[in-house]
Design a protein around this ligand. Structure first.
Ligand code: FPP
Length: 254
């Protein structure tokens, strides 16, 4: 489906649009439970929300969308649920490839991808390769992702470089840490959305969200669709981001 991008772009002030939106997609299990269904049905409905939010992001002209699709902690779930989630992910990659190609969306993944099964890794690699030339929007899936693990990997890599004499201690800075993260080529998120009403970060992008705006909604992820996503963006556009400065200082800058 070729998306109606010019119409979407008219909805918001493009200058105020968040460059990078990250989402903690939560509440699939509760959504299913409330309907007397199996948790997997909740994930299936959640995959529909993923489709709709990716489409809407592209229509609005967002440049970066990052979805927390599978955390390091999610490995604790039953084998049955993990397999179902991986299957849904593969199905998504297959069904959305055409749309990503038609609409300039590049897919990438962050996390300890090597822990995923070979079939899923293979599909991810192929999708990333096929979409590598797209430049309009980057869809990042956080898979087997944990913020502390990411920091640990970064610190180990910096420590190794120090040990080998490739960098000196004063070269270890905020910039070099950022560059050692899985997100090294990405801007920090401007807006972080969490569904299902929990006020937690759940080990997501710990370093990167230092100045990120939050939007928490009680809506469960399978019910989080275009209308509420637009509401979250609208809410963000009304906020004043000060990055530690005062309102007056911000006014003088603009
Ligand atoms: C949280 O719901 C959600 C997840 C653990 C995974 C997110 C997965 C999807 C949205 C489905 C498919 C993904 C893609 C990329 C196609 P939960 O199970 O923790 O819900 P609960 O807290 O209500 O139990």
């Amino acid at each position: 489906m070729v998306l109606n991008i010019s119409e979407g772009k008219k909805l918001f002030d493009q200058k105020k649009l968040p460059g990078h939106v990250a989402i903690i997609m939560d509440g699939n299990g509760r959504w299913a439970k409330r309907r007397g269904m199996n948790r997997i049905r909740g994930h299936q409905a959640g995959a529909e929300s993923v489709r709709e939010i990716v489409r809407t992001s592209r229509e609005l002209g967002l440049r970066w969308l990052t979805l927390y699709a599978f955390s390091e902690e999610n490995w604790k779930r039953s084998k049955y649920e993990i397999q179902a989630l991986m299957k849904l992910l593969r199905r998504f990659l297959k069904s959305e490839l055409e749309e990503m190609l038609e609409n300039g969306i590049r897919l990438q993944a962050i996390g300890r991808i090597t822990k995923l099964d070979a079939q899923t890794r293979d599909m991810l690699a192929k999708t990333m390769e096929r979409t590598a030339g797209n430049h309009d929007m980057v869809l990042t899936l956080a898979l087997s992702y944990g913020g502390r693990q990411e920091l640990l990997d970064a610190f180990r890599s910096l420590a190794l470089q120090l040990e080998q004499g490739n960098i000196s201690l004063d070269q270890v800075s905020e910039k070099t840490i950022s560059r050692s993260l899985y997100t090294s080529t990405m801007p920090d998120p401007d807006l972080l959305i969490r569904t299902s009403g929990e006020y937690r970060i759940s080990n997501f992008l710990l370093w990167q969200i230092a100045y990120t705006e939050f939007y928490v909604t009680p809506t469960l992820w399978p019910d989080f669709r275009k209308k509420e996503f637009l509401r979250a963006i609208e809410d963000y556009e009304k906020r004043e981001r000060r990055f530690g400065a005062t309102s007056e200082q911000i006014e003088q800058e603009t």
